[in-house]
Design a protein around this ligand. Structure first.
Ligand SMILES: [Zn+2]
Length: 124
């Protein structure tokens, strides 16, 4: 938790490498789009967000545990992140983008399946 959520995190690199290996090409962190999606596929009009379970408040996830100290501060922070996520998602949808969310825990637990499903979601 010492690292602030940022670009080029491990799960993100995993996804990028896999999809690149499948022959897909994408833009990264496109600032022109709401929420700066991690991967943008203009050809398919789809974007991917790879969400860290803690920072994005993954409900019911074992990786989303609010620290015992400064609990309220953390809750506020994560709720703000979630609100921003929802806003971005809505804006992108309004602009005609299909938004695909990938959670870090799914990638950890079920890498092959998640990656293959993701690939098919993009090309279909
Ligand atoms: Zn999770």
């Amino acid at each position: 938790m010492s690292k602030i959520k940022g670009k080029n995190t491990k799960p993100e690199i995993l996804v990028r490498k896999f999809l690149f290996g499948k022959g897909l090409r994408y833009r990264l962190h496109d600032k022109r789009l709401s929420g700066k999606p991690d991967l943008v596929f203009p050809k398919y009009k789809k974007v991917i967000f790879i969400h860290g379970c803690f920072w994005h408040g993954h409900e019911g996830c074992k990786y989303f545990v609010i620290p015992k100290t400064r609990t309220e501060w953390w809750l506020n922070k994560i709720n703000r992140n979630k609100e921003r996520d929802m806003e971005s998602l809505q804006k992108l949808k309004n602009e005609g983008w299909e938004v695909i969310l990938v959670w870090e825990c799914d990638l950890k637990n079920n890498k092959e399946d998640v990656l293959n499903t993701l690939y098919h979601k993009i090309i279909n």
